[in-house]
Design a protein around this ligand. Structure first.
Ligand SMILES: [Zn+2]
Ligand SMILES: [Zn+2]
Ligand SMILES: [Zn+2]
Length: 205
């Protein structure tokens, strides 16, 4: 009897986990598709919504990392000015997908039903939060590793010359073509990253 109980619970938990991860994975895929189509604002909002949820109900580390990366990539074009306000396009899409409001964020009704009381309360409270003191609600901040997406070229250490000594040293670095700077690997050349203070949610405590 006890064993049966444990097996059932395990099966139930993994089903819930799959259901919860399924929609998050779908949203991340959608965000990267939107980025390919240069729909930066859409991709930004999809990730921002996920990161708001992540603060109250953790999405899992891989998903959160991916959301931050995509937010930063879109963020070079878009900066939210009020992170609590989603665009009409985002809301229309949320409605189409049968998302419901959970505090300041949007998610499928099934996912909302699975939220713990604590997580639901946190999401509600977040809707009253002030803007993040660091990014002022922009959700992104300048990349700490570069300026404007260009970092010192690692291959030539910023000299612009190919290393190797002798006559080879006079040739141009093939990675940065002699400029001494190359696309920053940290922000993928975007020049901005998800704000480290608010994690891309744009809100303070
Ligand atoms: Zn912030
Ligand atoms: Zn170089
Ligand atoms: Zn950078």
């Amino acid at each position: 009897m006890k064993k049966w109980f444990a097996v059932t619970i395990t099966a139930l938990v993994s089903t819930l986990g799959l259901a919860a991860n399924g929609w998050v994975a779908g949203e991340l895929k959608e965000a990267s598709t939107q980025l390919d189509q240069r729909q930066f604002a859409q991709a930004f909002e999809i990730c921002h919504n996920l990161l708001l949820i992540h603060r109250a109900a953790p999405l899992g580390r891989d998903a959160a990392d991916e959301a931050r990366l995509l937010l930063g990539t879109a963020g070079r074009k878009v900066k939210a000015d009020n992170p609590k306000v989603f665009s009409d396009e985002f809301l229309a899409r949320a409605k189409r997908l049968n998302f419901v409001r959970a505090g300041c964020a949007w998610m499928p009704a099934e996912a909302k039903a699975q939220l713990s009381a604590d997580a639901a309360a946190k999401l509600d409270k977040q809707a009253q939060s002030k803007l993040c003191s660091q990014c002022k609600g922009a959700c992104v901040s300048d990349c700490p590793n570069c300026q404007g997406g260009k970092a010192r070229c690692i291959a030539c250490n910023g000299t612009g010359r190919a290393t190797g000594g002798g006559t080879f040293a006079r040739t141009t670095c093939p990675v940065c073509t002699g400029k001494g700077k190359a696309e920053c690997t940290f922000c993928r050349g975007g020049g901005v990253v998800a704000c480290p203070k608010c994690g891309g949610g744009g809100l303070g405590d």
